[in-house]
Design a protein around this ligand. Structure first.
Ligand code: SF4
Length: 104
């Protein structure tokens, strides 16, 4: 199925539609993937040495390869796909199953 082109109304070539879909998928990725490219297939941040925890009344996960503003915008999700800076850790952090940047 070809998608109409917004500006001209002409249908996109399959290669063009695939490229747009690829760019949109890439835009959804976190900033490390955008900066360093994708990591090993199947690897997640949970198993990377650059993931660390900040513990206050709650625990917040951060990536050492990103800046840290002490705000939710730089919270990191353990289940995110690894980026090109991924380095495997021998023992992963004890993270909850649904680690989404912070836990109780
Ligand atoms: S793979 Fe490592 S360096 Fe890359 S985003 Fe995840 S925690 Fe950060």
């Amino acid at each position: 199925m070809s998608r109409p082109r917004k500006s001209s109304g002409l249908p996109l070539l399959p290669e063009q539609a695939a490229w747009i879909d690829q760019q949109q998928d890439l835009a959804k990725h976190h900033e490390c993937i955008r900066a360093y490219g994708p990591g090993p297939a199947g690897a997640t941040c949970e198993f990377c040495i650059y993931l660390y925890r900040k513990m206050f009344s709650k625990t917040y996960y951060k990536c050492a390869m990103r800046r840290d503003t002490n705000g939710p915008g730089t919270d990191h999700r353990c289940g995110w796909a690894a980026c090109g800076r991924f380095e495997a850790i021998a023992t992963p952090l004890p993270v909850p199953v649904s680690c989404d940047g912070e836990d109780e």
